[in-house]
Ligand binder design. Structure first.
Ligand code: S3P
Length: 436
C-alpha cells in the first residue's frame, strides 16, 4: 500500500444518539501475521481459519509467497504449505512489507537467520520507522543489515553464515523486537535468550512453543534450531485492538449497548479492558474459552459515566495500540487523566502522541503533551465541536477520530479514512450499523 498511489477517502461521521448492535470483529492482525510467517518456517501444511482480509495480514501472505510458501485462500480459510527453515528462497529480491512494522521486523529476523539476501521495504510510513533497534542485535548475531541513514528502511540483508546465539535484554519493551531476535535465534545451534523485564505481547513464544522461564518479574525466552516449528493450524480470534474502539464508543455513547462476540483477551494484549473498568466502564465478560493458545470471551459494553485514570509505563506495552482510543475515553471522563512513559507512541504508523494531541485540540478539548506524557482534561457532559480530522495515514488515528466524532454537535469529517483498512476494512460499515 503505497500511500501516494492509494485513493484518498473522506468519511463523514454523524453524531450518535444511542448506539446498539452486535459487531463481528476482524480477526486479530498480530496473531494472523505471525501465523503466516511461522507457517513459512514449518515444513508442514498449516490451515488457518478466520484469516483477516485487512491489508497488513494480506501483506504477510504475499511476503511468505515470495519466499517460497504455497498460499491458497478460500472464503476465510488460508492454507500455507511452508518451506521449512532451510527451504526459503534465498534470493527473493525486494520484499514489500507495506504498512506493517511487525512483518518487516519479524521477517528481518527470519531472513537474517536463514542467511537470505533480500531488500525489505514498505510504504512511506514504514520507511520512516526506526529499525536500528533490530539492526543492533542482528549485527551482534553476525548478520549484515544495511539501512538508510538514521536506521530507517529499506533494509538490505546480505547472505551470511549461521547466526551466533546471543543473550539480549530488551532495551525497549517491544514485542516486535523480541520476536525478531527469537526468530533469528531459531536458526542457531545454541540457544539465543531474550530477557524481558516489562511484559509485552506473548503471541510469538506461545505460537512457536518456545521455552519460557519466569523469575521475580523477569521473563527469559529461548530459541534455537533444535526446536521443531509447530504447524500453525489455528482459528484466529477477534481482534481486541479493534474491540477497543467499540468498548469506548459504547461507554461514551448515550443509552448504548454493543455486543462483541469471540474477542481475544490474552492478558498481554487487553490492559485497555482493565483501564476502562478502572474508569468505571460497564463491560460484561462472558463465555470465556480457549481458541488454541489464546483465551477469548464475549464482551458486552453499556454506557457508563467515566472517571479519570492514570496509565504508567509498566501498563503501556499491553495497551500500546489502544492508547489513541483510550485518550478519547479520557476526554469524556469526569476530571484529569494522564498517560506517562508513552515514548514508543512516537514510533508507530504515525507519531501518535502528536496525532492524539491534534485530534483532541481540533475537537476543542484541553490536552497537554510533554515528552512522553499526555494529560487530558475530561468532562462527562461534554459536547465537542464538529471538526475536520486527518488520519495522518494511520489506521488507529482514523478510527479514534471517528469514535470521538460520535459526541460532536454536528457532522465531522475524517480525511485519509482509507487507512482504517490496514487493520479493519469493515470499520465504516460497522459504525453505520450501530446508529439507532
Ligand atoms: C505488535 C507489537 C507492537 C504493536 C504493533 C503490533 C506485534 O509493536 O504496537 O501494532 O504484533 O508484535 P512494538 O512491539 O514495536 O511495540
Amino acid at each position: 500500500r503505497q500511500m501516494k498511489n492509494y485513493r484518498s477517502m473522506k468519511q463523514t461521521i454523524h453524531p450518535a444518539g444511542s448506539l446498539g448492535g452486535t459487531i463481528t470483529l476482524p480477526p486479530d492482525k498480530s496473531i494472523a501475521q505471525r501465523a503466516a510467517l511461522f507457517s513459512l518456517l514449518s515444513s508442514q501444511t498449516s490451515i488457518i481459519s478466520n484469516y483477516p482480509k485487512a491489508e497488513d495480514p494480506q501483506t504477510a501472505l504475499r511476503c511468505v509467497e515470495q519466499l517460497g510458501a504455497m498460499v491458497t485462500e478460500s472464503a476465510d480459510t488460508v492454507t500455507i504449505q511452508g518451506t521449512g527453515r532451510d527451504g526459503i528462497i534465498n534470493t527473493p529480491g525486494v520484499i514489500d512489507c507495506g504498512n506493517s512494522g511487525t512483518v518487516m521486523r519479524m521477517l528481518s529476523g527470519i531472513l537474517a537467520g536463514a542467511g537470505v539476501e533480500a531488500v525489505l521495504t514498505g510504504d512511506d510510513s514504514l520507511k520512516a520507522r526506526p529499525m536500528k533497534r533490530i539492526i543492533d542485535p542482528l549485527t551482534q548475531m553476525g548478520a549484515t543489515v544495511h539501512s538508510e541513514k538514521g536506521g530507517i528502511p529499506p533494509l538490505h540483508l546480505s547472505r551470511t553464515g549461521f547466526l551466533k546465539p546471543i543473550t539480549f535484554r530488551l532495551p525497549v519493551a517491544s514485542a516486535q523486537l523480541k520476536s525478531c531476535v527469537l526468530l533469528g535465534g531459531l536458526f542457531g545451534e545454541e540457544p539465543t535468550k531474550v530477557i524481558e523485564t516489562v511484559a509485552t505481547r506473548n503471541h510469538t513464544e506461545g505460537m512457536l512453543r518456545l521455552p519460557v522461564t519466569r523469575q521475580e518479574g523477569v521473563t527469559i525466552i529461548s530459541s534455537y534450531r533444535g526446536l521443531s516449528i509447530p504447524v500453525q493450524s489455528i482459528t484466529i480470534p477477534g481482534d481486541f485492538s479493534a474491540a477497543a474502539f467499540w468498548l469506548v464508543a459504547g461507554s461514551i455513547g448515550r443509552d448504548s449497548e454493543i455486543f462483541l462476540p469471540a474477542v481475544g483477551i490474552n492478558p498481554t494484549r487487553c490492559a485497555a479492558l482493565h483501564i476502562l473498568q478502572r474508569m468505571g466502564a460497564d463491560i460484561e465478560i462472558s463465555n470465556r474459552k480457549m481458541s488454541g493458545m489464546e483465551p477469548t470471551a464475549d464482551l458486552r459494553v453499556r454506557s457508563a459515566p467515566l472517571k479519570p485514570v492514570e496509565i504508567h509505563s509498566d501498563e503501556i506495552p499491553n495497551a500500546i495500540d489502544e492508547l489513541p482510543v483510550l485518550s478519547v475515553a479520557m476526554a469524556f471522563a469526569n476530571g484529569i487523566s494522564r498517560i506517562t512513559g508513552a515514548h514508543e507512541l512516537r514510533f508507530k504508523e504515525s507519531d501518535r502522541l502528536a496525532a492524539i494531541q491534534e485530534i483532541l485540540i481540533r475537537a476543542g478539548i484541553h490536552v497537554e503533551v510533554e515528552n512522553d506524557s499526555l494529560t487530558i482534561y475530561g468532562k462527562t457532559d461534554r459536547v465537542i465541536q464538529s471538526a475536520v480530522y486527518d488520519s495522518r495515514h494511520d489506521h488507529r488515528i482514523a478510527m479514534s477520530a471517528a469514535i470521538l466524532s460520535l459526541r460532536a454537535d454536528g457532522l465531522s469529517e475524517i480525511n485519509h479514512a482509507e487507512a482504517a483498512a490496514v487493520s479493519y476494512p469493515e470499520f465504516w460499515s460497522h459504525l453505520d450499523s450501530l446508529h439507532q
